[in-house]
Each structure stands twice: as structure tokens, then as C-alpha cells.
Design a protein around this ligand. Structure first.
Ligand SMILES: [Zn+2]
Length: 307
């Protein structure tokens, strides 16, 4: 089996599908001749067992190609250049609402002399059990007045526009790291009933840590948002390229500027409890294009992403 992966971070809304990153240009090769590849390409995906909400790495081995990309659910995603061990790799995000089923991931590669190779990898997505929690929050943070609603609406629009950016440069490199040493206090995908009202599920993980604990960049990236937002408080969003974003919410303070390039492990700010929060913690989100994925699933790719 073969797979290409690509990860996304962050966000707010969920899409039912495998959302794939970057769309890249055309499949000219299919018009030129018969695609082949079963004996030339070898592909795999990681983790071996994929469930709803996972980030998934697709890796392909073969000779040196002029171009290579993956396709899933009609969307293209880019593959990174060969790693030292001679593989191409890409990341895809499996939405928390993706129907458990088997999906086709197609890999298309073109050699220097124009021959096209393709291979289909079957990706089996299992159901995840996300669970539900009940929370009580001050009514002012739940039943929003007109002014607050307008602010939330504007901020949602800004975030949506931000996540449309497809930086045609892969900044992420190697394994992702946890941004803070903290206790996992709320998991990804958790359904939430706040003051008796069902709200959208949790799109990241909450890591409980003392106020002021340093928060680090989980990989190389560019700070594309540094601001105070209604729900997420003092927030930093990093663009890691190829549609992969990570976000860091409820900070007591941010220590980077918008537009600043940061290396993995750089200090982005400090843990706080700003925005809609009941105590000091970091909300850490990961988004691959339109898909929020479980940041912990990205951490688990550690051994496969190390370069
Ligand atoms: Zn959270």
C-alpha cells in the first residue's frame, strides 16, 4: 500500500472527509500513455491503523521522479522531496466526521523521460470514540450579546481567510513537538454541552500548565496571526506551509510578531487563561487545510517524520 500525507491544524469547522492539502497542477501524463507503477512504486501510510481525526503520513518509495503528488477524494496533495532514505512523503488530515470506510489514495509520479506511474493505496478509516463532556461557564461567555456575536463573526471570517492560504513552501520539517509540558485536560473531538447547550466539538487538545509556562512552536513556521480573539484569547497561529497550521490559544501573552519566522521550539508566548477559559491551559490545535486533526496524532508520527 502507498500513501502520501499532509497535515493540517487548527480551526473551527469540520468537514466530513479526508481533506487533502495542496492542490497541484495537472495530470498530463494520463493523456500520454498507460500509467503503470505497481512494480515501480511502493507506498505505505502511517499510522498503520487510522481513525477519524488523525493526521496521516503517506510515504512512497521509488526511483527519482520529476514530479509526484497524491490524490484523495478528488483533491490533490503535495509530496515532499525525498528524505535521506529515498522516500517521498505527504500529509493528509482525516476529518473527525469522515465516514468510517475504505478510501483510495492515488499516487501519481512522472519520471524525467515523461513516463507516468501511478499506484492506489487503500486507506481504511476506523471510527473514533470521542466522548462528551458537560461544562458550566459564565453565561456571558455562552449567551453572546449582539456586539459579541458580531465580533465572533468577524473573527471567524478572518480565520477562514487565513486558512485558505496555501503557502507553496514546506516549512515544517522533521517531527512535531508538543508545545508545552502539561497534563492533557481535554481531548480532541470531545463533544461539549455547555450550560446545557450542545456546542461544536473540541477541535484541539487542552494542556493544563501553570500560568506563565513557556509555549513553544511545534515545528518551523511563520506567525500568521498574533492577536486577542473573543473565544481563544491571546492567540498565535503558525503556518507551516503546504496547508499545515498550528494554533496556540488562551496565552497570557504572545511573544512573537505577525510575519515573524520561527524555528521549531521557539518560544511563542506563555500559558494563560485569556478568552473563554476556566483556568490556565494551552489549547493546541492542528489543521490541515480544512481539516482539524488531533495534534496528538501528529506527535505520534514522530518516528516517521524524523529526518
Ligand atoms: Zn481547548
Amino acid at each position: 500500500m502507498q500513501v502520501h500525507l499532509f497535515l493540517k491544524i487548527g480551526g473551527v469547522h469540520l468537514r466530513p472527509f479526508l481533506q487533502v492539502l495542496f492542490l497541484m497542477p495537472a495530470l498530463l501524463g494520463f493523456l500520454q500513455g498507460t500509467a503503470q507503477g505497481d512494480d515501480i512504486l511502493r507506498a505505505e501510510y502511517f499510522p498503520k491503523s487510522v481513525k477519524q481525526g488523525d493526521g496521516c503520513l503517506v510515504r512512497v518509495w521509488g526511483p527519482s521522479f520529476k514530479s509526484i503528488h497524491g490524490e484523495v477524494q478528488g483533491q490533490r496533495f503535495p509530496m515532499a522531496p525525498r528524505t535521506e532514505e529515498g522516500a517521498y512523503q505527504g500529509l493528509i488530515g482525516i476529518g473527525m466526521n469522515t465516514r468510517p470506510a475504505t478510501y483510495e489514495i492515488k499516487i501519481v509520479a512522472t519520471s524525467g523521460d515523461g513516463r507516468v506511474f501511478s499506484k492506489v493505496l487503500l486507506l481504511k478509516v476506523a471510527k473514533a470514540n470521542f466522548g462528551t463532556e458537560k461544562l458550566s461557564l459564565p453565561p456571558g461567555m455562552v449567551d453572546l450579546d449582539g456586539k459579541a456575536l458580531e465580533r465572533v463573526h468577524n473573527e471567524a471570517g478572518r480565520l477562514k481567510a487565513l486558512f485558505q492560504i496555501d503557502r507553496d513552501e514546506r516549512l515544517w520539517k522533521g517531527a512535531f513537538i508538543s508545545p508545552v509540558e502539561g497534563k492533557l485536560s481535554s481531548t480532541f473531538g470531545l463533544g461539549r454541552v455547555i450550560n446545557g447547550q450542545r456546542k461544536s466539538p473540541h477541535t484541539g487538545v487542552d494542556l493544563e500548565a501553570r500560568e506563565g509556562t513557556p509555549v513553544m512552536a511545534s515545528n518551523h513556521g511563520v506567525a500568521v496571526l498574533v492577536d486577542s480573539l473573543f473565544f481563544s484569547g491571546n492567540s498565535v497561529i503558525l503556518d507551516h506551509g503546504w496547508g499545515f497550521f498550528s494554533m496556540y490559544f488562551h496565552l497570557s501573552q504572545a511573544l512573537v510578531k505577525e510575519g515573524e519566522r520561527v524555528p521549531a521550539g521557539a518560544m511563542l508566548g506563555r500559558v494563560g487563561s485569556t478568552g473563554r477559559s476556566t483556568g490556565p491551559h494551552l489549547h493546541w490545535g492542528v489543521r490541515i487545510r480544512e481539516t482539524h486533526v488531533d495534534p496528538l496524532s501528529v506527535l505520534r508520527l514522530d518516528g516517521y517524520l524524523r529526518e
